[in-house]
Structure formats: C-alpha cells, structure tokens
Design a protein around this ligand. Structure first.
Ligand SMILES: [Zn+2]
Length: 414
C-alpha cells in the first residue's frame, strides 16, 4: 500500500465536522498518513487545535483566508500568534490573495496587508505557509519577492498556474500542490505545467471537503453527503470556485467546476487523494508508486520544521533525508546550469526526475559526486588530491551539452 500525505484540507469544515472521525479512519486505512488541516478564520482555529490534540495524524495550520479578511477582529494577529505559541506543531495557512469572483468582493488592499503580515509571521516562525492565490499571481510574486526567500517553504495549494510561472515561484521556495481542481484544466496544459515543476516540489492534496475529483466512474470515488443541519450560508462557504488559477480572464477550468453535474451537497473525501495520485502520475508518465514516494517524501521534508509532529518520524530516517538533501543540492547545481541552456530544460527535467526516482528506489545509495559537496559523514573521497567540484563538473558537462555524460556520471555513482 502506498503512503500519502494530504498536504491541504479542511477537516474542521462545519459541513463535515461531525463525520471527521469516520473520514479520517477511512483515509488512514487507505494509506493516507498525515493531513494538513488548514484553518481559515479566527472562528475555526479552536477546532483545528482541538482536532490536532485528538489526532496524531493531523498537522494543524492557522491562518486568515482572503475571503474572511473582512471578518477579522482588531486583535486577530495577537490571537494568531497565541495559537502558534499554544501549538508548536502548527504551520501557517490558509492565507493568500484572491481576485476571483468571490475574492473581488473583499477589499484587495486589505487582502494584501493581511497576507503580508501572515507571510512575515511564517518567515519569523520558520514554518511553511500555505497560499491560496486566484488571479493574483503578479501581486503574489511581488510580495513573495519582497518578503522572501522562504527556506521553510511555501505551498501553492490547488495550483493551476501555467508552466511559465513555475520557475520564478520555485526559485522563491514554492512547493506546488495538486488537487481535484487539476482535472478541470485542459490536459495538455496541465501536463506541460506538471513537467515544469521540479520533482522535489510536488505535493498532493484533496482540499476536502471541496475539489471533488472528476470521474466518469463515481464508484471509484468516496462521496460525502454534507451535513444537512448546517445552515445554507455556511454550506456555500466552500472553495468550489477557488484554486490557484493564474489566468487573467475566463478560465474553462473554473466554469467546468460550476457546471459539475453533482449536487453541491456531495462533498469531497480525503481518501480521494488516490484519484489525484493516479491522475497526476499518468500526466507525469510515472507509476503511482513513484509519485507517491516522491510527493510523500516532499511533504515529510517540508513539514519537518522544529516542533512538528512529523519531525520525530522524519528523524528516524535522518540518514536517508541527509542523502536526499544532498541529491537536491546536486539538482540545484543542475538547475542553475540548465538556465544557461533553457531550450534543453525539458530533457533535463526528465533526467532529474529519473535521477530522483532512482534515488528513491535505492535509499541506501550514497552518491560520491554529491558527498563531496558538503563535509558530510561519508568522507569517501578524502584521498583524492584535487577533488573536482561536482556541481561545476556537472554544469560544465551540461553547458557543453554532454547530457549523457553528466547523467552517467551522476547515476553511476549511486
Ligand atoms: Zn483550502
């Protein structure tokens, strides 16, 4: 059974709150190990906290979502800081910017101010922040550039931007998280975008109870009937028309969501992350197992900040993570080299993915090319009199278009 990490969901949502025990049990049984549960306003932070105390599998996240910016109290920032003090295992989210149909009703200057303050807080706390961005990527990039970089990472949840947006955001520390909304994007465009995302930055999420994946076969999905006792205005608070959509004008993906044939009461289940895994893996031409390994490893690394619940689990595989991070240093070297040869970036991404897949398949492997990068514990090459700088070596090979040689050098040493 594959292990999965739901990098973004709202299990505290009033529409499903009464059913969470059952939802979590079913998802855990299917292989979902952790759920990053994102608060959206001061009103639900206590629920997130309560669920985090109750379930070891829940990673709590606190934030003011752009839609609820106008509802904040004058003391909101202090209350938020108190939540983090009381909950050392928490990350920041959901925060963001929204110029979509619903976001347009909220003063944008207010959104920017509240977003910036929370982004700065995330940086100060050294925790990852989960970002919702709809039709505001220009503003997002500008703010991220002025507040960043983000060594603890930021998560662009339900990302639906273009392939062209990916490198600039990745450079600032962004992870790209994919939900059922991706299925509403034109397949060729989704494929191109996915292939532009560095393998070590891919995450999977359900955004449950929203973003029900599309499927011709409803039997393949877990469906949740919304709580009928919840008043209608709360029922309508879901994120059904939101996701990280970067397009400036009418977006077919957004329309497709509105014309969903399912009634609004049918909600998403966190166990449906398997449908997203299958879809993203098929577009990336990977096996489900490969993508599950990669995305799970990414989420575990990202959520291993000081105080996090997954840190302990992560520490037990510390040696693996050390090697993994060294592999990523190698990748960074290759990435900078690839900017010199942009036209060939597709081939590179492919090669990097294979490299990563290989590393994943062989966790005990030590790459001597990489161990030279740091004064790591391996020291296998201390006897070499004039060690070559492996990053420079690879950059040289790449700039000379010696791709085969570069990859052979990297792979042979594994
Ligand atoms: Zn969300």
């Amino acid at each position: 059974m594959v292990k999965l990490f739901d990098a973004h969901c709202h299990l505290q949502d009033p529409r499903i709150f009464k059913m969470t025990t059952q939802l979590i049990r079913t998802a855990l049984d299917s292989g979902v190990v952790h759920f990053a549960v994102n608060g959206v306003s001061e009103k639900d932070w206590h629920l997130v906290m309560q669920m985090s105390d109750q379930y070891p599998c829940i990673i709590p996240c606190f934030g003011v979502h752009p839609w609820y910016v106008a509802e904040r109290t004058p003391n909101w920032l202090n209350t938020l800081k108190e939540c983090f003090e009381a909950t050392p295992s928490a990350a920041v989210g959901e925060i963001g910017l929204d110029k979509g149909s619903r976001g347009r009703q909220i003063d944008f200057m207010d959104q920017v101010e509240i977003f910036r303050q929370q982004l700065e807080l995330a940086k100060e706390l050294n925790r990852p922040a989960t970002i919702h961005c709809v039709r505001a990527f220009g503003d997002l990039l500008q703010i991220m550039k002025s507040v960043g970089p983000f060594p603890a990472g930021v998560i662009l949840h339900s990302f639906l931007g273009s392939a062209e947006m990916v490198p600039g955001l990745a450079e600032l520390g962004a992870y790209f998280s994919f939900s059922g909304f991706l299925m509403s994007m034109k397949e060729s465009k989704a494929k191109r975008m996915l292939k532009a995302v560095p393998a070590e930055r891919i995450l999977l999420e359900t955004d449950a109870p929203d973003a029900l994946p599309k499927s011709n076969n409803l039997d393949s999905l877990f469906l949740v009937e919304g709580d009928a006792s919840v008043p209608e205005d709360i029922q309508a608070q879901g994120e059904n028309s939101t996701s990280n959509d970067g397009s400036p004008a009418n977006n077919p993906a957004e329309e497709a969501r509105d014309t969903s044939t399912l009634s609004k009461e049918i909600l998403n289940h966190p166990a449906n992350i398997h449908n997203i895994l299958s879809y993203v893996a098929s577009l990336l031409e990977m096996t489900k197992e490969e993508l599950a390994d990669i995305s799970y490893g990414n989420a575990m690394r990202l959520f291993s900040y000081e105080g996090s619940k997954v840190l302990k689990e992560g520490r037990s595989s510390h040696k693996f993570r050390l090697q993994e991070s060294k592999l990523f240093s190698l990748q960074d070297g290759m990435n900078s080299a690839s900017s010199m040869t942009q036209t060939l970036s597709g081939e590179l991404a492919d090669g990097q993915r294979k490299l990563l897949a290989l590393a994943g398949a062989n966790p005990k492997a030590v790459n001597p090319l990489v161990t030279q990068l740091g004064n790591g514990p391996f020291g296998v090459h201390e006897k070499i009199e004039a060690p070559l700088d492996p990053t420079k070596e690879l950059s040289r090979m790449i700039s000379e278009h010696k791709y085969e040689e570069a990859f052979t050098a990297a792979l042979q040493s594994m």
